[in-house]
Write a protein that binds this ligand. Structure first.
Ligand SMILES: [Zn+2]
Length: 290
């Protein structure tokens, strides 16, 4: 379990035991803090047939089926791009009957803000008239991208971003013990993003970036070489450059660091345009750091 969510989890479990938990929960929080993992663990508690003070028992039929990934009353909707009306209708259909295990039913909607309007409206009916013993858990990084009608029918729970020490302790349990403050900040203090970056093994990592930037400053490499190399990671590179500029500015308050910062803001805007020449955008920014 993720320690930074443990208080919230305990509160939700207590309310579930007292049958006073809202049937529609909306978890919001930054990317990469573990919202989905948390939602899964809350769902496990809601489905467990002998939920106790320590959470789900881990031994009942329900807990075993969840571990096996085949619980008939547990459904998840997630999509790479957009959640369409068909996925929502499908899930609602599955939730409409009585629970196959005779207990609760849970549906998690990951990135609920990507629902099309039709999908959101289909879900709305279930939010208004839920079937018995059914819990809906919606996840989002940004509340203001959801329809007000959805927002008003859910209990909104803000999930906290973990502190650096909590993130580092957790990353150590995941086998990554050498993460420092700077690396964490580079990934928006989001431990799951750091873990993914360390484990992906491809793409640019923050430590590679830092190393090459020192080479750039000491003229061992040049802006164009790096810009060509980093094209496919352009967005990461620009946001890391911006953090570097911010750090430089805090340290020295030079005009140059302010110019660097502004150039990064501009570059981020340019990168949003499809078909933009990424090398050119990167060269403009990187030259200011050489
Ligand atoms: Zn159980």
């Amino acid at each position: 379990m993720l320690p930074w969510f443990s208080t919230i989890k305990r509160q939700l479990e207590q309310r579930a035991s007292q049958s006073s938990l809202h049937h529609a929960l909306l978890f919001s929080g930054a990317a990469g803090i573990g919202k989905h993992v948390f939602a899964n663990s809350v769902a496990t508690s809601l489905l467990c047939k002998s939920l106790g003070d320590q959470g789900a028992c881990g031994e009942c039929q329900s807990c075993e089926l969840i571990t096996a990934g085949s619980h008939p009353d547990f459904h998840i909707i997630e999509s790479e791009k957009q959640i369409g009306v068909d996925s929502i209708r499908n899930a609602i259909q599955k939730l409409s009957g009585t629970a196959q295990l005779g207990h609760n039913k849970v549906l998690i909607v990951v990135a609920a803000d990507t629902m099309t309007e039709a999908a959101a409206n289909a879900l709305l009916k279930t939010l208004e008239e839920p079937t018995a013993n059914t819990y809906l858990i919606l996840l989002t990084e940004s509340l203001n991208r959801l329809l007000p009608t959805i927002l008003s029918r859910c209990e909104k729970i803000k999930l906290p971003t973990p502190s650096h020490s909590e993130s580092m302790a957790w990353l150590t349990t995941q086998g990554h013990s050498s993460v420092d403050d700077e690396q964490l900040s580079a990934y928006g203090s989001a431990p799951f993003k750091v873990k993914a970056a360390l484990e992906e093994g491809e793409g640019l990592t923050f430590s590679d970036f830092s190393e090459k930037m020192s080479e750039l400053t000491s003229q061992q490499t040049d802006a164009l070489t790096l810009a060509n190399k980093w094209q496919s990671d352009a967005q990461h590179v620009v946001s890391w450059c911006q953090q570097l500029a911010h750090k430089n500015y805090v340290a020295s308050q030079t005009k140059n660091s302010f110019t660097q910062y502004q150039a990064c803001t501009e570059a981020q805007k340019h990168l949003l345009h499809p078909g933009v020449n990424k090398t050119l955008v990167l060269v403009t920014v990187l030259k200011l750091f050489s």
